[in-house]
Design a protein around this ligand. Sequence first.
Ligand code: GDP
Length: 366
Amino acid sequence: MENDGAQNPYSNFVYDSALSVQEGVAQPEQVSNFYLEKMRQKRAQMPSPDELVDGILQGNRVMLSRAITMVESSRPEHHRLAAQIIEQCLPHSGKSVRLGITGVPGAGKSTTIEALGKMLTALNHKVAVLAIDPSSERSKGSILGDKTRMEELSTDPNAFIRPSPSAGSLGGVARKTREIILLCEAAGFDVIIVETVGVGQSEVAAHSMVDFFLLLQLANQGDELQGIKRGIMEMADMICINKADLDSTKAELSAQQYRNALHLFPMPESGWTVPVILSSAYTHLGIKEIWNKVNEYVAFTKANGYFYHHRQQQALRILDETIEQTLKDRFFNQPGMEDRLEAAREAILDNRMSAYAAAEQLVGEE
Ligand code: GDP
């Protein structure tokens, strides 16, 4: 096409056919190189365990989160680094009050934790909220984490909220949560709240790592106490009949039934009388009382020695559990063990061998 410089307003415009071949853009050498380089840089930026520990002790949340990610990682090299960090944080941990909260889904755990947490940060406490939710691994959906939870508390600079680690087993989740408690304490959090769902065994795991265990119940669940596992009631240091704003008469009746039932239980080892109160995160009924009772309990059990005894018992249990887990891992991770196990299973199913003899042989081969 001809261009007439003087009259044509589009004189500087170069007309080109859309069909002509463009110069094109140079392809990157290899896309993967780019990512490899990025990963290398990321690794190089990763703070050393000493730097992480320093950061944690200064209350640096980014460093705390990074250390927690390392604890949660399934990579063996991260385990080693995490173990170093935990060892170094250990002397700076243990100074918090560890509070467990359990209740069935919908009992109002997160709403209560938000109300309690906000009250505590207003009182200058530093609050870490952790969770134990082994359901996420099994069902690929978590009971605790699917909804947007604790929106206000999560933006509070004095609160730190971390969802449940997702490990294969409840034992794995529990171990990681215990380690995360230590890191949070070293970072200066003085109230640790461990939330768990009151179904299955997760409340037993939560109970094994806290000082005070709070059970949230709803009023009038049909046959009142029938549906509640006796074990959970025996673990509780306090019971709240929650959402009491809905019907306070019903809630009080329910509380009375719990108090009566608790009378039939043996006296807890702590010597503490388990209070049953009404609560509502909506009206803030009972929220202050929960904290008052926690403090009373801590003072009471520190005076009678149970507080430290209980923590020591928990530490000894960790020793047993870790030995058990380490031996199991060592056994199952032996080269060829999967095949040998399969052969043993077949032999048992074909009645060629008893399960006892097969187990003895496998363990003996170690
Ligand atoms: P979670 O599953 O135990 O964590 O329970 P949530 O805290 O998510 O609460 C479940 C539902 O109960 C939500 O719709 C809340 O808004 C509601 N809820 C929580 N606390 C109260 C309360 O004190 N009173 C009333 N009426 N409803 C509440």
